[in-house]
Design a protein around this ligand. Sequence first.
Ligand code: FMN
Length: 220
Amino acid sequence: MSVSDAVASRRSVRAFLDKSVALDVLTRVMDKARFAPSGCNFQPWEASILTGEPLKALQAKMMASAPQDPPEYDWSGPNISPAHKARLFAVSEDMYGAMGITRENKDARRAFVADNIVSFHAPAVLLCYFPRFMGPPQWSDVGMWLQTIMLLLREEGLDSCPQEYLWQHARLIKDFIGVSDETHIFFCGMAIGYRDAQAPINAFPRERVPLDEQVRFIGF
Ligand SMILES: Cc1cc2nc3c(=O)[nH]c(=O)nc-3n(C[C@H](O)[C@H](O)[C@H](O)COP(=O)(O)O)c2cc1C
């Protein structure tokens, strides 16, 4: 698979086939992803990947728990910007529209959001965390690592969905996997599995901002 094909075919997948992911495949992906770039070669990222009984046990604990307070970090992003808010609104409409869930159907929307807890029934879930002392440049390094993983997963025929939502149970997650809350911040989860190609939730078109609004080419 070319890099272009990996980029073009990656999308956040929210319905998976009931098919487990082999350890050797994930080991290969994670081993290759070590070569993601990072400022000063800090490689600030860390992760645990769960499947089977341990994953089910963690999910059961999360389902039985209220979201943590205070939150792990402020994930709300650029709330003050109407342009960015509009992008969130658009993807929500496209996503719920694909499933035939109207804006008025709050229960169905809530149920779908809650499905994040079980990572949309993905057979494997990556949990990403890193030392608390890392600053904004290192957060960005972690993002590059996660994207490298997601592209390598495509090469293996696998799909993913990054999940900030699990942030709600950051402390519970760290406690479960034996990572210190004092030293480490939990960033996000990542659902990993084989895409259900028939599921409408995996097929809606995703909007993107036109190139000329994002990039300026100067001096060419
Ligand atoms: C760091 C990060 C966290 C995300 N968290 C969630 C999440 O909790 N739940 C979810 O359904 N999608 C989540 N997404 C997926 C985004 O909604 C998605 O990337 C965006 O809408 C663009 O769609 P695409 O990934 O299909 O191209 C997350 C994406 C990123 C990069």
